[in-house]
Design a protein around this ligand. Sequence first.
Ligand SMILES: *Cc1c(COP(=O)(O)O)cnc(C)c1O
Length: 484
Amino acid sequence: MNSLRPESGNFSTHLANAGVALDASLEHDPGDAMQRFDDWDRVLSGALPEHSSGIGATVDSLLSDVLPNGTRLPYPGFWGWITSGPSTAAAVAAAVANVAAPQRYTITAFNRLEELSLEWLAELCGLQPHMKGVYSSGGSAANLVALGAARQWAFAQRDIDPAADGLDGISVAIYTSTEAHHSVQRSAGVLGLGRRSVRLVPIDDRQRMRIDVLAEMMERDATAGVIPVAVVAAAGTTNTGAIDPLRQVGELARQHGAWFHVDGAYGLPGILDDRVTHLYDGLDLADSVIVDPHKWLGAPVGIGATFVRDRSILFDAFTQEPSDYLDGAFVDDPETSLDSMGIPYGDFGVELSAPSRGVVVWAILTELGREGMTARIVEDNDFARHVAGRAQAEPALELVTEPTLSICCFRHVAPEGADADEFNQQLLRRLVRETGYMPSSTSVNGHFAIRPCFINLRTTLADVDGFVDAVLRIGAELVDDRDA
Ligand SMILES: *Cc1c(COP(=O)(O)O)cnc(C)c1O
């Protein structure tokens, strides 16, 4: 008979079985789960179980019904969005932390690595030594935390505490480019600043914020008495990987007394590639910066980081009201790990309970070192440049944007009389359905483009060439179909 209590040990058997199944599944791209929808949906659509199935049957079903019908993100040909599968070290660290340190608090090795890994990450990405961090679930949450700090600081200058008193009828602005991630608008909405307070600055022909227009907008608002809360620059836009002119944007923000936030969710680690390091000039002016370890560093999804020049601003913005269940439980002079919360990350953001994420980042950086991580970033940027080179060399292809980092936007030339956007849309659908190559698409200057973003640690140059060959083959077939 199966027990009424959950199994709470024997990880050696079950994690080992899971490891065997994961290794096997990563050997070959299983194709799309939708092709087998009827099989797994039938198996998994049962009613709420009344009785225990036991650990053995549960793990068996997990490994044979669920695991093989997962997403294709970890496979070498996936270059959509900006996420892929974690490295082994990162996945193992996350699994161990889930069990051994389910919270990041109290003075433990995990709590220590939370802070140490944030320091390493800041150093790796060229941030100033005074920048202190806090983890959250990803770039969207990290931007929210950064802009919460911006709001707190902007109003503290005017003797208003927005976290305590709210904002009533005060006119504010946040400036960012038309290419900014939409989490900026969402943050403005959530923080009570209003989505409409976000001013979208137009971009130049390389998708970077136009500094002349930003200056005009800020001047005009200043004259009208609008409070400039923050200027948000991208260090690697989601669409094309463009890097805004950070120093100029930062100087303008300073001049107007606005908080300068740099969104490097994707692109911040790009600073490791000597060929583009100069584009990050001005990062030293940042009041806050974010980076997503779950993007380019290869952490499992659920890890973003916000860095600010002064964590006490985060504390003012996000601290909780005193609570009976926490206060009084800790002393200043801890003798046991449970005497102290350790660093109170829960007061620096919007999460209280949260996993120990630092150990994952620590594991990634310990496995690779700065040297290994640099090699990864450089190789990914090389892949994008390689695609760009082929797009320029092949008469049937056209390069849409010169890559800055590891994103290359290009498209197939459409036959006479065909709509190029529609043609490439069709090509991309076929590519994704028929091959193991899964870039995403975007719109650049109003034109549809195929957009591979290379951050996937399983990708090789052979995959990249196979992808360009497949685009050429499917493109040629579509042209033939039209002619037929
Ligand atoms: C991905 C991304 C975000 C959002 O990050 P999530 O982890 O998906 O929430 C924010 N900004 C930029 C520039 C991004 O590329």
